[in-house]
Design a protein around this ligand. Structure first.
Ligand SMILES: Nc1ncnc2c1ncn2[C@@H]1O[C@H](COP(=O)(O)OP(=O)(O)OP(=O)(O)O)[C@@H](O)[C@H]1O
Ligand SMILES: [Mg+2]
Length: 236
């Protein structure tokens, strides 16, 4: 579904070159649940942002469903982003002046859906993340875990090809983190392809494939032991 070849991201700071990513080769298949781990500064967020075309590489090739999207312009990339990617961030990034329902309706408006359909679909999405009882609440009236569940509903609104999450539980207490990860597992079992960045090994162990980054390179890429995963999924 996605294939990155020889991806580099260099930043030029005067005389100094920072190799945030340094020759990444990575293929992602439909239905995968990938955890990306590595020390602070190893390039995790940079890689996630390039995967979600929020950022462009300085070298390398990006194939999305066999189409080379490496050199597309901003407008085309924005279209691809809206159509193919859903994002979840550590800080939830909900619109503070909009209710939970209205937040989930936003991407549906971008996709040009009529209002009655937006309301219906947003309610379905919020039901899926167990937030039907908080439709009219504003973000500041919700707990962190509840805000993240609304953010997940919003990220899924246009049925993204890939859901990308950068430290989605970074601001949550452990029981709420657990709930969010159980929800992501459920969504993956229902077919959503997920890539999550985390520095927390417990959170990372919810994935099925673990990629470790160091100094902008992949130092390991392997399936996560199934027994561990079943434990996670059963919440033990
Ligand atoms: N805009 C920028 N200009 C210059 N250097 C940058 C820029 N963005 C990131 N970097 C550098 O690139 C490297 C990778 O950054 P990145 O944010 O991807 O790390 P990370 O693995 O997500 O770290 P963390 O776990 O702390 O979030 C870091 O050394 C960072 O300082
Ligand atoms: Mg980061």
């Amino acid at each position: 579904m996605i294939s990155l070849k020889g991806i580099c991201k260099h930043y030029y700071m005067g005389e100094v070159v920072i190799n945030a990513l340094d020759g990444i080769d990575l293929s992602i298949e439909r239905g995968e649940f990938i955890s990306i781990m590595g020390p602070s500064g190893s390039g995790k967020s940079t890689l996630l942002n390039i995967l979600g075309v929020l950022d462009q590489p300085t070298e390398g090739t990006y194939l999305l469903e066999d189409v080379d999207i490496t050199d597309l312009g901003d407008r085309e990339l924005a279209r691809i982003r809206n159509r193919h990617f859903g994002f979840i961030f550590q800080s939830y990034n909900l619109f503070p002046e909009l209710s939970a329902l209205e937040n989930v309706m936003v991407p549906l408006a971008y996709a040009g859906r009529p209002k009655s359909e937006r309301i219906k679909r947003a309610k379905e999405l919020l039901k899926m993340v167990d937030m039907s009882h908080r439709l009219k609440h504003f973000p500041n009236q919700l707990s962190g875990g509840e805000q993240q569940r609304v953010a997940i509903a919003r990220a899924l609104a246009n049925q993204p090809t890939l859901l990308l999450a950068d430290e989605p539980t970074g601001n949550l207490a452990s029981d709420q983190s657990e709930e969010i990860m159980q929800l992501l597992c459920k969504l993956n079992q229902q077919g959503t392809t997920i890539v999550i960045v985390t520095h927390d090994p417990h959170i990372g162990s919810f994935g099925r494939r673990l990629i470790r980054l160091q100094d902008g390179r992949i130092i390991s890429d392997a399936p996560i032991e199934q027994s561990r995963q079943d434990e996670r999924r059963l919440g033990t």
